[in-house]
Design a protein around this ligand. Structure first.
Ligand code: OAD
Ligand code: ZN
Length: 244
């Protein structure tokens, strides 16, 4: 795989680098993506598993699905893609991760400035009194638990279809995107809005937009540089060229 010299030069002089990530960056950690080959939404219904109405009509099913995903996450960890992103922090003034993932793998890789647009699967909260709970509070609980303070229903702290993104986090992400020198768009199909506005905002703000994906996406034709391959292979290589 060839890396354009322009990209390496820009990376070497960049003051602010943004990594906008999606499910694909965690694929090599053994986490299923949502779309494309083997995607979760090919076999499961988002309105049943990832919407508030779905949760209300079958809380145990939704809870069980999140517990299942949590177990998978406990058994895996960040891959070289996440780790390389965390490593860039040592050499570049500002490195921000804006992620659509809820898997907490950027944090486990050591990234320190992470904006989670869709929440985090390791947290839960009571829909009535908004008390927060960790995932370890319910390790082997297979049925949707109730709040110990008010008896309300406890849900995962993730953004479901039809729900708003955390507005302050999204606004900060947009601002950082506009001001970034380089914006890497890694492992996302870039079809879910408003998250997919991030690369557009970066472009509008004059950032050099680089896509890393195993296949072409909605935005491939509008980026400045497109790198085709696995993020767990491309990012370590990029780090190596940057440090050379
Ligand atoms: P998608 O599943 O839509 O897209 C994953 C992308 O990763 C695809 O474009 C794949 O080609 C690419 N990909 C797969 N393996 C890869 C690898 N090893 N290296 C690089 N790229 C790879 O996931 P997202 O774009 O993250 O929302 O989906 C966006 C949102 O839709 C998710 O946050 C979730 C989902 O419904 C909510 O839960 C709110
Ligand atoms: Zn409560």
């Amino acid at each position: 795989m060839e890396f354009p010299t322009e990209l390496i030069e820009k990376l070497k002089s960049a003051k602010s680098v943004l990594f906008f990530t999606g499910a694909g960056i965690s694929a090599e950690s053994g986490i299923d993506t949502f779309r494309g080959k083997g995607g979760l939404w090919n076999k499961m219904k988002p309105q049943e598993l990832a919407s508030f109405d779905g949760f209300m009509s079958n809380p145990n099913l939704v809870w069980e699905w999140y517990q299942y995903r949590r177990k998978i996450l406990k058994g895996t960890g960040p891959n070289p893609g996440h780790l390389s992103i965390a490593e860039f922090e040592k050499y570049i003034d500002t490195v921000t991760v804006v992620t659509q993932n809820v898997d907490n793998l950027h944090f486990r890789a050591g990234s320190s400035h992470i904006l989670e647009l869709h929440g985090n699967i390791e947290r839960n909260y009571c829909i009535d009194c908004k008390t927060y709970y960790g995932m370890d509070d319910f390790l082997d609980v297979d049925e949707a638990p109730k709040c110990s303070k008010c008896g309300g229903m406890i849900r995962p702290d993730v953004v479901w279809f039809g729900e708003n993104l955390p507005q302050n986090i999204f606004a900060e992400a947009e601002e950082i995107a506009k001001q970034s020198d380089i914006c890497f768009v890694v492992g996302t199909s870039a079809v879910v809005y408003p998250a997919a506005y991030i690369p557009k905002s970066a472009k509008e703000g004059g950032s050099y937009v680089v896509e890393i994906n195993i296949e072409p996406t909605e935005i491939t034709n509008s980026v400045d540089c497109s790198l085709t391959g696995k993020s767990g292979e491309i990012l370590p290589k990029l780090l190596e060229l940057f440090l050379r």
